[in-house]
Design a binder for this molecule. Sequence first.
Ligand SMILES: Nc1ncnc2c1ncn2[C@@H]1O[C@H](COP(=O)(O)OP(=O)(O)OP(=O)(O)O)[C@@H](O)[C@H]1O
Length: 289
Amino acid sequence: MQRDLRLDDVGRRYGLRGPWVLRGVHLTVPPGTLTRIEGSNGTGKSTLLRLLAGIDAPTEGRITGRPRTAYVPERFPTALPFTALGYLTHLGKIHGLSHSAAKRAAGEWLDRFGAALYARTPMAQLSKGSSQKVAIVQALLAEPELLVLDEAWTGLDTDARAELERAVAERTADGTAVVFVDHDPRRLAGAPGATYTVRDAGLELRGERPSAESDGPRVSVVVQGPKGGQLPAEATRAALSAEEPTPGTHRLTVPASHSDILLRALLTARPPWHVVSVRPLPNPDPESH
Ligand SMILES: Nc1ncnc2c1ncn2[C@@H]1O[C@H](COP(=O)(O)OP(=O)(O)OP(=O)(O)O)[C@@H](O)[C@H]1O
């Protein structure tokens, strides 16, 4: 994603005389950011995500800077005459892959989400959880610059939920913007980004670092690097805080969902950094916030 996606004075209502579901919305989504959208039921979260995903158009206002976008809708249509693998291979080809590359990528993603067993199951026969995995894989296969996730974790098993958090962290580290809605306030808590609340048809910025230091699981990573060495930029971005207690030794605090990214950045740096310890931190007392 090269530039910001911008919503300028955007409004949406359904029907000529319907009430404004959204009005006067200004939102900027920069590359590589993670944005959470929250709000009570029926306030317009999905409407906003559909506008961001580009599958719906605003009634008024402008949306500019649209990047290559993928979307996981709240309800994924499964009544399609394909097997899971056939459908994903087809989509991979639409995204420019050869047949064999599309099939391989689709198979790898299904495997990563624990759905390889269902690769040859007709879509219409998939369980809710498995079809949700197909919905997620179709979005990730597209290697989007903007990924829009509407309750994408719903219906997933524990491993797949963690895998989706990892995939989101990987994508944001690679410059993809991710915008998501999830009913669980702890989802991706502590990951960098902003949280907006949809209320009274408008959008309120709740915080630049949603529940960051407050309630997300965090990990402390101690590393040693070359004398006077700068931490890799990717590692600094993933970290919530960094200190250098003794010269050359750095202690980083990172959301647990981003620890893989941090470690990869440190270990693949040239020269690589030495990871001294990785330990989970106790969750801070929510009462203290
Ligand atoms: N296609 C549509 N046609 C008419 N009204 C719609 C349509 N989609 C949404 N609405 C209305 O717009 C309002 C906002 O709906 P939306 O689904 O965007 O909210 P939401 O915050 O995502 O809700 P939930 O938390 O229940 O998923 C609701 O009153 C809904 O009935």
